[in-house]
Ligand binder design. Structure first.
Ligand code: NAP
Length: 310
């Protein structure tokens, strides 16, 4: 099979940190171009925009859209119309409903639309899903607290409308939870803290449940200094289960069952190549729906303005 020729669109932090090395490490995938207004990669053909890339760039089979969510819908529609497979970084869009026409367009073009949730490819997530399949979960606590100044320097879009604020990382926890618990989950209350000078929350507390009344709480904070937390603690009828480090570690029954280095993006590209071989799509909107519902139901508090430089 010929390698899948991929162009990265939006050459920012995640493109450099994860997509470039993952494409190099995954079999059957090749980086053939970069489209980005202000950045390029030496030795790789470059275009300023997707439009320019599709018109004048080298032949490509697929695009990996690593731009902010607010601009991805138009780019995905353009790429599908040009007959390219599309990988969407998470979250798949700035709204839930904008994804449906993309699914339809992908089907009509017999091309893949892959709405990625990289955290689902963390090494402890599948073992956790299997472990929990044989247990009754009685409560869940998500603690997702990181320092926005450390992890998202200069990313103005994150606090703009559609940027999701603290849910930009928080949605990763929700992507894991909706994978390891198969039943539908829904928001029952939300408290959202908006900085006075920003349009997206900097902290949030959610309560969620399922049809059986499962008690799920989630704390998201973007101002965490010191130790950072990306943890999901579950109480089960077989004892406590903890997924930590964003899904890299799994602890249950007093034992560390998984403690592996992160390799999420190689898994994402393997999956993308598999999907593109048949033109099948993989789109699960459950995590984005939960965040959207938190915005619908959430009580909003105004907190002190956020300035990146302290
Ligand atoms: P980023 O560093 O800001 O990079 C995004 C790039 O997209 C920018 O460098 C910019 O490149 C381009 N861009 C920005 N605004 C644009 C616009 N209005 N129109 C067209 N292009 C625009 O952001 P990132 O951290 O890589 O995040 C991108 C996506 O990946 C987000 O959805 C995020 O949730 C996801 N993600 C990020 C991380 C992480 O740790 N950072 C982890 C996993 C997933 P040019 O100016 O050169 O065009």
């Amino acid at each position: 099979m010929n390698p899948l020729r991929v162009a990265i669109v939006g050459f920012g932090k995640i493109a450099r940190d994860q997509h470039v090395p993952a494409i190099a490490a995954a079999d059957g995938v090749e980086l053939v171009a970069v489209a980005s207004r202000n950045a390029s990669l030496p030795g790789v053909p470059h275009a300023a925009t997707l439009d320019e890339l599709l018109r004048d760039g080298p032949p490509i089979d697929a695009v990996a859209l690593c731009t902010p969510p607010q601009v991805r819908h138009a780019q995905a529609a353009m790429a599908l119309a040009a007959g390219k497979h599309v990988m969407l970084e998470k979250p798949p869009g700035a709204t839930v409903a904008e994804i449906t026409p993309l699914v339809t367009a992908a089907r009509a073009a017999q091309r893949t639309l892959f709405a990625t949730w990289h955290s689902r490819f963390a090494p402890a997530v599948e073992p956790a899903r299997q472990l929990l399949a044989g247990r009754k979960v009685t409560s869940v606590k998500i603690t997702w607290k990181e320092d926005v100044r450390v992890w998202h320097p200069g990313q103005v879009w994150i606090f703009e409308p559609g940027g999701l604020g603290v849910f930009d990382p928080g949605i990763n926890a929700l992507s894991i939870l909706t994978r390891i618990l198969p039943q539908p989950l829904f928001v029952t209350s939300a408290d959202l803290a908006f900085p006075a000078n920003r349009d997206a929350p900097i902290a949030a507390t959610l309560a969620l449940s399922d049809a059986q009344g499962l008690n799920i709480t989630a704390e998201f904070d973007f101002l965490q200094t010191g130790p950072q937390s990306w943890d999901i603690d579950l109480d089960t009828d077989g004892g406590p289960v903890t997924l930590s480090m964003g899904g890299a570690r799994l602890r249950a029954g007093g034992k560390q069952l998984v403690d592996a280095a992160e390799a999420e993006y190689v898994g994402l590209y393997r999956r993308f190549r598999e999907l593109a071989a048949t033109g099948e799509s993989d789109v699960d909107l459950a995590p984005l729906q939960i965040v959207a519902d938190a915005f619908l139901l959430g009580r909003r508090r105004t907190v002190e303005p956020f300035e990146e430089a302290t």
